[in-house]
Design a protein around this ligand. Sequence first.
Ligand code: NAD
Length: 493
Amino acid sequence: MVTKLKSTFNSHNPVTGEVVGTYPIMGKEEVFVCVSHARTASSKWHALGFNARKKILLQWSALIIKEIDTIAQLISLETGKPVGDAKLEVTIAVSHIGWAARHGESVMRTSFRRPGLLMSNMSATVERSPMGVIGVIGPWNYPIFTPMGSISYALAAGNTVVFKPSEFTPGVGKWLEDVFNEVAPFADIFTTITGLGETGGALCISDIDKLSFTGSTRTAKLVAAQCASVMTPVILECGGKDPVIVAADADIKRAVDATMWSAMANAGQSCIGAERVYVHEKIADDFIARAIALAATIHAGAPGNGDYGPATMPSQIEVIASHIKAAIADGGTCVYGGPLSVKAPFVEPVILIDVPEDSIAMREETFGPIIIINRVASMSNAVKLSNESNYGLGANVWSRRKGKKIASQLTCGMVAINSTFAFAAIASLPFGGVKDSGSGRVHGPEGLLEYTFARTVVRTRFNLPLHLLSFSRRPREVALVIKLTKFLKGRLG
Ligand code: NAD
């Protein structure tokens, strides 16, 4: 099907550096061919209808969960994360397939709108149709969960999908395609293309109807620019610098436990991972002491040997080390670990306190097992500092009584009160950010509707004795409308 492969690339085990697999680097021509096949398949996939698609998607999710040991092993091999973490990731990914499959029809049901007084003879409806072919570009940190938030919703809506996984986790991407093809009624419904950034770039300018990107803000800007050049709409799910706000009335034990997990799990490589904590000064010493005690029980290591694994992407080690150094140089203090905690490919937990807000360590995504804890005198200051970031992905708030009030003031896409990460595992909730964290949503009804277009349909139910949309309109008809509008003070809608 695909001809003229230019060259190949390897995926590696980030712990040992050993080659895990070799994959083709697909060029523009190959990508365009895959998209063209997906285009041909899209009308057939749409025509199958919701029920048939639901059955196929549920068979796919059943197969994935049946093979959970195999896929979790592969995720662990390509990312270095513990197999248990990989298994949890698979179960959450599968729950998204199930939700999208079961709710596609109701989310896309035609909605009826009130036509208003002047158009009361019309029926006013909004229909939803799949867009056609959706391109998905994914990251490596959650190589099945993250792209599945786009892939399964796009498929459930009736689109075909061409997926470009990260070059660090191509094996997981290919495995997903292979397993889908075991249940697919025909070819080219879900295609995985492999390659580096250029392959993703080719997908952006190919004949797709929308591009769903998850990855860094830096790449998102390139993706958005490439898509703009061909007028392809985009969803951008990018990085974050998620704050944790801890009020004086927080359950400190739970707040510390969840925050340390949020910051350190997956070696800190979570877009919604805690990166900075604003803790009320009244409880700050207690919070910091408990965080240090917990950090001492957490260790990096190869799968089977650590609470979390290595930095999956070797170049991230430099970023992490530079943020620790910058935080110290700018006046912060290491209260647990420090520059020597970076032992590539691993990074042991690091806790920094009192780091100035203008330090790069407070402003840029670190994506490592580092947490910065700053004291604040009030919750309004915590909110202000949280919102001053260029990012706006998620946030956590810990308070027994003021959680909702604090949450409502945050400029970000998702907030967990007295919890962390939970919104990502609730399939009915939209997931996404604001500002440099991106635009558009995945998951839930909002995420599913991203892969549809709205078709407004109006229909004459009966004829009115008014001829407003006609050259036969008489002046007294216009006068009547103006009189009515004045009488109703504009409330005609
Ligand atoms: P990345 O931006 O380096 O790469 C993401 C994908 O983009 C890869 O598949 C890559 O091959 C592709 N790509 C690179 N250059 C491209 C180009 N010019 N055109 C098109 N595609 C191109 O990101 P990463 O390192 O894989 O992932 C980590 C980042 O992802 C972090 O910033 C993290 O916060 C973010 N992330 C966000 C979410 C979210 O939902 N908001 C979820 C997971 C990860």
